[in-house]
Design a binder for this molecule. Structure first.
Ligand code: TEU
Ligand code: CA
Length: 552
């Protein structure tokens, strides 16, 4: 087997600090709350934490609008709290991957405050400014958060680019002085001993500076063709690596909306590029032409194909990440599983997939106990700019609130941002104050305390699966060989190395099905399953997941 590489073997636990644990009763999760839970995090058998942004921010987009890259958001605590958190993680042999947002800043950042003052301001070219065209914005690009991606600024009568919210002006990486500023802030955090960087929307940092109109109404196609994979993307990544990352013991994971299996390897290169990317092949599968709030049914066949396509892409070179949810998407058991009659089995099945696939595993806080989607009874309950703006756009098209709300309850980001459910007490033990966001009522049933003891709880199944992944390096480095000739809902794949061969069986359905005859002769030992009893080997029960050891 090739050399052991920590970030390929790592199981990463994603923490959205605002919703993880509140330590000072203000209803907002904070760094001291994470410190309180370090032993719990370690008990999961994970190796690293991906911490969503903690920097000073007006919080227009959940902290992804940074107004000071060098300071901690006061609600989250102090720089001393951060230092203590990092120390606490390292004492437990846990690594820290920080989330850095370098595609855009907040409009309240001093750079932008200066830049907007005048056309000849020394900070003008830290951002993209253009005159309007025919009385409107410079082109027809839509923002991720509804409306135009351009905002007219009265002070100079020009428009500035913001792929996301109006309060998130895009940074101009064409400007070498700006790039130097970004290198400096990366070095500041890396000098503290941070082990990794999750680079937000890294795929969009190189703009097509002629800003051509998009020729498609399909939003995800516009991302792919116009926002991502810009002409200097590879060059900018290579420069950041040579000027910054190579000088620290750090790994990089790029968030790559719009990156394709064909071009991913351009950006993944241990010498000149990123270590790994988040690709979104499966995550946008159920988004129609209109994007997130235009949901369409997804097919299991396509879901399986995404894993095959990306495994083929990284077979020889490059390395992927495996995730089924995060702070931007619905809860995995509600989206991909059955959070009603088969809530427990399907949560465990999804944990099995996450921990048996080829690629670095990322698990989002709460998915290890099967937290489910929330339910907004009105759009006004949403705390997410993407949903609130989406509703504003929907109203312009005459879409009734009921229809929009259905889409938001299915796909909206509020689903992932309800507070972590620690116990069945007030506010789920998240806060002794009034939480910034309503805790899911089912915390009475779904919470950490309720699952710590029961050996067949989702939490303890997750722990058993992390232990299995570590016991069997084939689950990290082995080949990925999906079985094609199976019913759509039956997802079977081998993981093989020169020493081991495992078979993973996942029944993504409410129905009983049969194990294909093809695999019966090679099965030798049932290593783990999500039903208490092994049952009849020839039959696969609803939402049943099993990992078998096979004869070589
Ligand atoms: O998300 C960028 C992104 O393209 C997808 O995750 C998703 O499309 C996004 O939520 C908009 O629908 C990153 C962050 O993960 C997200 O939280 C931020 O809102 C966004 O960038 C802007 O910083
Ligand atoms: Ca707090």
């Amino acid at each position: 087997m090739s050399e052991r590489i920590w970030w390929k073997e790592a199981i990463v636990y994603q923490i959205y600090p605002r919703s993880f644990k509140d330590s000072n009763r203000d209803g907002v999760g904070d760094l001291r709350g994470v410190i309180e839970k370090l032993d719990y995090i370690q008990s999961l058998g994970v190796d690293a934490v991906w911490l969503n942004p903690i920097y000073k921010s007006p919080n227009d987009d959940g902290g992804y609008d940074i107004s000071d890259y060098y300071s901690v958001q006061p609600e989250f605590g102090t720089m001393e709290d951060f230092d203590e958190l990092l120390k606490g993680l390292h004492q437990r042999k846990l690594k820290l991957i920080m989330d850095l947002v370098l595609n855009h800043s907040s409009d309240e950042h001093p750079w932008f405050q200066e830049s907007r003052k005048s056309k000849d301001n020394v900070y003008r070219d830290y951002y993209f400014w253009k005159p309007g065209k025919n009385g409107g914005p410079p082109n027809n690009w839509p923002s991720f958060f509804g409306g135009s991606a351009w905002q007219l600024d009265d002070a100079t009568g020009e428009y500035y680019l913001h792929l996301f919210s109006r309060k998130q002006p895009d940074l101009n990486w064409e400007n070498p002085i700006l790039r130097e500023e970004l290198n400096k802030l990366m070095k500041f955090w890396l000098a503290k001993g941070v082990d990794g960087l999750r680079l937000d929307v890294i795929s969009a940092i190189s703009k097509r500076t002629d800003f051509p109109d998009t020729d498609t109404p399909d939003f995800n196609e516009t991302i792919r063709k116009y926002y991502a994979n810009g002409p200097r993307l590879k060059e900018f990544i290579k420069e950041a690596k040579e000027k910054v990352w190579d000088h620290y013991d750090v790994i990089t994971v790029g968030e790559g909306p719009g990156i394709t299996p064909q071009n991913a390897k351009d950006y993944l290169d241990d010498q000149h590029g990123l270590n790994m990317i988040f690709h979104f092949g499966h995550m946008f599968m159920d988004q129609g032409v209109g994007g997130r709030f235009d949901p369409i049914p997804w097919k299991m066949r396509d879901f399986k194909q995404v894993f095959k396509t990306w495994n083929d892409a990284f077979k020889e070179k490059g390395w992927g990440s495996v995730f089924l949810g995060n702070h931007d998407f619905a809860r995995m058991v509600s989206r991909w599983g059955n959070d009603r009659e088969f809530w427990e089995q399907s949560s465990k099945l999804l944990c099995t997939l996450l921990l048996s696939m080829r690629g670095t595993t990322f698990i989002f806080q709460g998915d290890e106990i099967g937290m489910t989607n929330t339910h907004l009874s009105s759009v006004s309950e949403s705390k997410d700019i993407e949903t609130l703006n989406g509703w504003h756009e929907a109203q312009k098209k005459g879409i009734p609130e009921k229809t929009f709300l259905e889409a938001a309850n299915y796909a909206g980001r509020d689903n992932a941002r309800t507070p972590m459910q620690w116990n069945s007490g007030k506010h789920g033990g998240f806060s002794q104050g009034v939480p910034w966001m309503k805790v899911n009522e089912n915390t009475s049933r779904i919470n950490v305390d309720a699952q710590q003891i029961g050996s067949d709880s989702i939490l303890n199944y997750f722990r058993a699966m992390t232990a299995l992944r570590k016991a069997y390096p084939v689950l990290t480095y082995g080949s990925y060989q999906p079985l094609e000739e199976t019913p759509d809902s039956l997802f079977l794949y081998f993981r093989e190395s020169d020493k081991e061969k495992l078979l993973i069986v996942l029944n993504f359905s409410d129905q009983v099905t049969n194990l294909p005859d093809l695999v019966k002769p090679v099965i030798s030992q049932r290593l783990i399953g999500n039903y208490a009893d092994p049952g009849n080997e020839a039959v696969v029960r609803p939402w049943e997941s099993i990992v078998y050891r096979c004869t070589k």
